[in-house]
Design a protein around this ligand. Structure first.
Ligand code: SAH
Length: 201
């Protein structure tokens, strides 16, 4: 698949035009290893080293839609990996705070983002399961690695009132996306699509 066909195929399934524009604005080939650049516009995850993968474009698109981003939002991205998902998020918000547990990936993501001309993402090396309390609260939190049982409480606690969080969660029923909203009265959690991500460590 090439870039045009990927955008056409995603466009047919997306209801939020801004998400499609954000995906169209990010050169995915800059976030995959050079040996895979010809596969950059296939709608599949790809290996990025250290046993990790860059997320599938259709899944990135779906998660971005669920986050209903506004241009003034500050977003936390847990499991930044290649930096691709963070780059797409950055086109729809004010700033993305990425956190990645593999130091080499965190460094590489920072470089790829800079080379792609993206200057509103900062990537920190660390354990994203505890979030980034010094920058909280966030209007949106995106998690790209599967938590066992439930969304880590530290992440839910770092959501602003009105904030949205999307994360893959594995339970005895399987693995699915969970959408959490912090309403004035408390948290509301919804289980959505079946997905497959690497495990949150
Ligand atoms: N969003 C990424 C997908 C990366 S795959 C992209 O677009 O490329 C998930 C990533 O989560 C991996 O890079 C893995 O190293 C990272 N990860 C796993 N557990 C983590 C944790 N506790 N804190 C931060 N990152 C974690």
């Amino acid at each position: 698949m090439d870039r045009e066909s990927l955008l056409r195929s995603l466009g047919a399934r997306l209801s939020d035009e801004r998400v499609l524009s954000a995906i169209a604005a990010v050169p995915r080939e800059r976030f995959v290893p050079p040996s895979l650049s010809t596969a950059a516009y296939h709608d599949t995850p790809l290996r990025i080293g250290h046993g990790q993968t860059i997320s599938q474009p259709a899944v990135v698109a779906r998660m971005c839609e669920l986050l209903e981003l506004a241009p003034t939002d500050r977003v936390l991205d847990v499991g930044t990996g290649s930096g691709y998902h963070a780059a797409v998020l950055s086109r729809m918000c004010q700033h993305v705070f990425g956190i990645e547990i593999e130091e080499q990936l965190a460094l590489r993501a920072s470089r790829s983002l800079l080379r792609a001309g993206i200057d509103n993402v900062t990537v920190t090396h660390g354990d994203g399961a505890s979030g980034l309390p010094e920058q909280a609260p966030f209007e949106a939190i995106n998690v790209a690695a599967t938590a066992a049982g439930q969304v880590p409480a530290a992440l839910e606690q770092q959501l602003a009132v009105g904030g949205r969080l999307v994360a893959p969660v594995a339970t005895s029923q399987g693995e699915c996306l969970v959408l959490v909203r912090r309403l004035p009265g408390g948290l509301r959690r919804e289980q959505l699509d079946a997905v497959r991500f690497v495990a949150l460590r």
